[in-house]
Write a protein that binds this ligand. Sequence first.
Ligand code: C5P
Length: 409
Amino acid sequence: MTLDGKRILLIVSGGIAAYKCLEAIRLLRRRGVAVRCILTRGGAQFVTPLSLAALSENRVHEDLFSLTDEHEMGHIQLSRAADLVVVAPASADILAKMASGLASGLATTVLLATDKPVMAAPAMNVRMWEHPSTQANIKTLSARGVRFIGPVEGDMACGEFGMGRLVEPEALVSAIEDFFQRQGRLQGRAALVTSGPTHEAIDPVRYIANRSSGKQGHAIAQALADMGAQTTLVSGPTHQPDPAGVSVVHVQSAREMLAACEDALPVDVAVAAAAVSDWRLSEPAASKIKKDAGKPRLELIENPDILASLGEAGNRRPKLVVGFAAETENVIDNGAAKRQRKGCDWIIANDVSPDSGTFGGEVNTVHLITTDGVDSWPTLSKVQVARRLAVRIANALDPTQDPTPGIGA
Ligand code: C5P
């Protein structure tokens, strides 16, 4: 793949592995990538600004308070004038600063200010890598969308052996290539995602709801938009921020969610990740139900099934309709039955039993059920599940781009 014209901001932090980024810059330049470097104080102990400048053919930025730099290209602009920010090597220190939002130098300030995708290639001693603090930071950053490449296992400069080596320059460059290759794969496609719970009014102050956090649905909308799809997210009430580059419609109830979904048609793919309330009150009270009026009788009626109606939308039916099946037992069998019943193409069945940590948690263990069978994925962060699903969707919508079969896959 050609990377001609792509712009990478490379942040080189402290670590003996910094020498490998010199070769990575050379490989990127050879592929037509414009590389601009930020060198941290730690990084400058291992490679010189001169080598980075010579290989990147660009000036190297080191100082947050440099008047010349701020005049020519301020730190905010630096964070925006790139298609991808790569931190390589990413030391334990810079990862900790990123996770806690510190902006103590140019690199960390730029990382806090950027609205661009960030990739990090960690490199550190095995014990530092395995330390619970580092692992917690990786988890935090990964849930926020930072893409990690490596580390790998091997001999360390300190004489120890284990996990913590920076990936080789070729592997870093191929991860970057992979990123850009995926990015445009849903260009020209429209996607609809539902996410979060719904709130069904009992009276003006009370409602029926559920424990859905919206994390998985929002991550799916973000992943589809990152791959270039024009994405509409219809979200029930959640605490999740609106994903960047996604058009978000905020709704409360199932009926509002259905109406917003119908407005968003036609789309190429619809992913129903919302935990829609199956029931609503037949007649919500117009004013607050008073306790002294006695025990209220709540008469429930069934809500519309949004997924099923997308599956039955006739000539407006999305080419690919994907539903979720949150199950606490017989996850795969129940999921497969739901796929048939709801008229959708794929079901993502996941275990939401209380000890699975799925509801509100950062990870998900899912089984993708299609006409061809079941593909069980390892436990992944919700962001990783979303990215993997987005790639599968792109493959299904455009099988010529991928050797694996289409919508059946
Ligand atoms: O029937 P169940 O709620 O388990 O089905 C789950 C799937 O159906 C999810 O994809 C969910 O978003 C969707 N659904 C819906 N409208 C409903 C109920 C569920 O879209 N009223």
